[in-house]
Design a protein around this ligand. Structure first.
Ligand SMILES: [Zn+2]
Length: 194
């Protein structure tokens, strides 16, 4: 932890020095995209995409899970998605899964989460959703990712904007060992390199 504190303590020097990665926000610039991904520490959206401050609006949950939309049910995920789409007006929305995802493995082997009942409930209750068949791979995280995209498309605001061409959905899958990012092709069900 101490190295993290030391870095945070000195971070203002990078900002005031105008280093590219830490340049201050400019007024009036909206995020290029919303990026929904897992909370896993190996997945770093700004590293993967090269996004600078202000360019990505992030939502991170265990297993990049998006709960099914239910009218009148409040969730942090629904509120965050609504804010990105309606207020920030993002035009691209990426859901990014990854290999070796502990949440996906925990859902498949739920007995491993006996000592984490809240996590287990969240993974099981939010995931009663059909898994899509994926061509060309045994990785369970890919079918899991497609299920999240499917749920996302049923959020009314998202559905309306996609239908009118004002919002595009992307399904990415990140290999934490190789760094390769592949892109889901809804027409074929395959994942191809980005
Ligand atoms: Zn994960």
């Amino acid at each position: 932890m101490q190295s993290l504190i030391d870095h945070a303590r000195m971070f203002h020097r990078k900002v005031s020095g105008g280093r590219e990665q830490a340049a201050p926000l400019k007024d009036g610039i909206s995020p290029q995209a919303m990026f929904i991904t897992c909370s896993d520490a190996h997945v770093i959206p700004s590293l993967i995409t090269g996004a600078r401050p202000g360019e990505l609006f992030e939502l991170r949950t265990a297993g990049n899970i998006i709960p099914p939309y239910r009218l009148g049910r409040l969730t942090a995920e629904a509120a965050t998605i609504e804010y990105a789409v309606n207020i920030l007006g993002v035009r691209d929305l990426v859901v990014c899964g990854h290999t070796r995802c502990g949440a996906v493995q925990g859902r498949v082997r739920s007995w491993t989460l006996r000592s984490a009942p809240t996590t287990r409930w969240w993974l099981l209750q939010t995931h009663r959703w059909r898994e899509a068949r994926v061509s060309g791979g045994e990785e369970p995280g890919r079918g899991h990712l497609i299920a999240q995209l499917d749920k996302l498309r049923r959020y009314p605001r998202v559905a309306r904007r996609v239908a009118s061409g004002r919002l595009r959905l992307h399904g990415w899958f990140y290999d934490v060992d190789t760094g390769v990012v592949s892109n889901f092709q809804p027409e074929t069900g395959a994942f191809t390199p980005l």
